[in-house]
Write a protein that binds this ligand. Structure first.
Ligand SMILES: Nc1ncnc2c1ncn2[C@@H]1O[C@H](COP(=O)(O)OP(=O)(O)O)[C@@H](O)[C@H]1O
Ligand SMILES: [Mg+2]
Length: 296
């Protein structure tokens, strides 16, 4: 009973098939090694990265999520090394963990939803960087083993390891008033404060780049407020759009991100910063911002 003519138990076949469904294929990189950064003798330089196509192929074997988005620590195997990831923050589709690899701290972003979209990020980041916009110092796809399954994850530089300051509007990780004089935040200084941001917005518009709300964060670089663009899961960045509409949308996102870069307690004491977080406040300074844009 339950045994077919070849002597194989039917139950074994079913269990075997079930296992195949949840197993992931071992990852063998095709072609030469691609480096996460320039080849180096130590640090993360020697990690193998994957192409978007390889990652997509691997995803067809990843039918289970081998970790919970609520895990504060995740044991991972990266490049043959057992490492422990400690929680930084989580978003709607990825969880960021800090990992020490070859003596260097890196941020490993494990996808917990919308896996297929995350593999678009390195390419999008590179495109924006080529336009002179501020993004993470590096971002690559690497195979990460979690609980026996290998999944394509993203590796990037932790925000706090950059030579400039990064302010993530959704998960405040720092407070802008520590590095930028909040008393400068007033209507009289709009031109000085916003011109670098408006220049970045112009670069996006001139290149037909369509990105959404989540991608707009703030960097403080060389004393100037700039857009910090990350969380870029888009299949395509370039689409035709209405420039005036895009300018309005992008300035709304940028001004809100500026307001969110200050701590709540500092922002509420400064009426100008406070107003940037509201539609009425941004609408009030919009004519001035449009003027700056047209002058560029
Ligand atoms: N390089 C990084 N260093 C530190 N924290 C990061 C880094 N990348 C992402 N994070 C944190 O993880 C959160 C989720 O990442 P994100 O790319 O926005 O993914 P999601 O698609 O889930 O929104 C971010 O809001 C941020 O707080
Ligand atoms: Mg996000």
């Amino acid at each position: 009973m339950g045994i077919d003519r070849a002597g194989i138990k039917l139950t074994d076949v079913i269990i075997g098939y079930g296992k195949r469904l949840i197993e992931t294929k071992p990852y063998f990189p095709k072609g030469p090694l691609r480096y996460v950064t320039e080849p180096q003798a130590n640090g993360i330089g020697l990690l193998k990265s994957m192409t978007k196509e390889e990652a997509k192929e691997m995803l067809t074997f990843c039918r289970i999520k081998p970790f919970s988005a609520r895990d504060r620590q995740v044991a991972m195997k990266i490049n043959g090394q057992d490492v422990l990831g400690t929680w930084i923050e989580g978003g709607g589709s990825k969880c960021a963990y800090r990992v020490k690899l070859n003596g260097e701290e890196v941020c490993v972003l494990l996808p917990h939803a919308n896996w297929g979209a995350a593999v678009n990020e390195p390419q999008n980041m590179l495109e924006l960087k080529k336009l002179g916009l501020v993004t993470n110092d590096y971002c690559k796809i690497i195979p990460v083993e979690v609980n026996g399954s290998t999944i394509p994850a993203l590796i990037s530089k932790p925000y706090d390891k950059h030579s400039f300051k990064i302010f993530d509007k959704k998960n405040p990780n720092d407070a802008l008033e520590k590095y930028f004089d909040i008393n400068k935040m007033s209507e009289e200084n709009i031109e000085e404060i916003f011109t670098p941001l408006i220049k970045d917005i112009k670069t996006l518009i001139d290149n037909n780049i369509h990105i959404a709300y989540d991608s707009f964060n703030i960097a403080l670089k060389d004393g100037k407020l700039r857009l910090y663009l990350n969380d870029l899961p888009y299949e395509k960045l370039v689409r035709k759009g209405n420039n005036d509409e895009l300018f309005k949308i992008y300035t709304d996102y940028a001004t809100e991100a500026v307001a969110a870069s200050f701590s709540w307690s500092a922002a509420r004491k400064n009426p100008f910063v406070n107003s940037l977080g509201s539609i009425a406040g941004t609408d009030k300074i919009y004519p001035k911002l449009l003027d700056l844009y047209r002058k560029l």
